[in-house]
Design a protein around this ligand. Structure first.
Ligand code: MF3
Ligand code: CO
Length: 280
């Protein structure tokens, strides 16, 4: 479930380098979010992110990764993750998941947001909000957790609570299982896996130096996915809409730190009763 390969624990100095990468990603996503409106192409959004990353003399993590051709992944509506930016024109009401990674001095940051364009169905707005809440709850769980499995438990609890509250028109959400969060550091994807669901395997111990990307993917229908002929774009099998949120998080001696959040996660985690580590 979690994999049992060696984990790269980071020193506080290394976490500070990852923080620099994280802030570049945060700035790129903020710029892209501003530009994500009807009439803009996903390729134009990619150019915005590439410019911000270039301005900081950082490198895009995704570009060239197993041959991936762009800076961002932009996944629209039934696309879950790994949508390739291009000529597609965004329309009112679209649900747009935007994923960005950057490298500074060899250290990676990775984060994703979902932007719901004006005119969207209320249930689609709820989908993105539920997914974001699930991500923050998963991150908050890391703060006090003994084992990494606490993240998936917290994510699944949020989905259960949302369903019980009658969101999604009273229907079940789907929690995607084929793609999971991951360790991150000198590579974008490292051990351990960070599943978004409950498992009997409690996972590796959470200890200082652990850096992971927490990234739930939630869909309005069934959780099953397929990959399009471009060999990248992951879509829901039933055509239902999807949301993806992601942050890179460091576990430190005195707490956690959200490296790809401009404020380190202070506001969102504070609302969940979690104090952010006072580093940097
Ligand atoms: N943020 C995505 C992930 O975590 C990255 C996909 S990158 C790509 O895992 F290069 F494969 F597109
Ligand atoms: Co990731």
């Amino acid at each position: 479930m979690f994999g049992r390969e060696r984990i790269e624990y980071k020193t506080p100095e290394q976490v500070l380098l990852m923080r620099r990468a994280g802030l570049v990603v945060a700035e790129a996503l903020a710029a892209v979010r501003e530009r994500a409106v009807p009439g803009v192409t996903t390729g134009q959004l990619d150019a915005v992110a590439a410019e911000v990353i270039g301005d900081h003399d950082a490198k895009a993590s995704f570009l060239g990764y197993h041959g991936y051709p762009a800076t961002l992944c932009v996944s629209v509506n039934d696309e879950v993750v790994h949508g390739i930016p291009g000529p597609r024109v965004l329309e009112a009401g679209d649900v747009v998941s935007i994923d960005c990674g950057a490298i500074v001095e060899g250290w990676h940051g990775d984060s994703a947001i979902t932007v719901v364009l004006d005119g969207a169905a209320p249930d689609d707005v709820d989908l993105a909000a539920t997914t974001e809440r699930a991500m923050w709850s998963g991150i908050a769980a890391l703060a006090g957790a003994e084992r990494l499995g606490a993240v998936g438990e917290a994510v699944e609890d949020v989905v259960d609570a949302a369903e019980e509250a009658g969101l999604n028109g009273g229907a079940r959400y789907g929690l995607v299982e084929e793609y999971v969060g991951h360790g991150i550091g000198t590579a974008m994807h490292q051990p351990p896996d960070v599943p978004n669901f409950r498992s009997r395997d409690r996972g590796p111990r959470v200890r200082p130096g652990l850096c992971v990307a927490v990234e739930p993917m939630i869909v309005r229908g069934q959780r099953f996915t397929q990959i399009l002929d471009d060999d990248w774009t992951v879509v829901t099998s039933d055509g239902s809409r999807a949301s993806h949120w992601e942050h890179t998080v460091a576990v430190l001696e005195d707490g956690i730190w959200v490296l790809t959040a401009a404020d380190g996660g202070v506001e969102q985690l504070g609302a969940l009763g979690v104090t952010v580590a006072p580093l940097g």
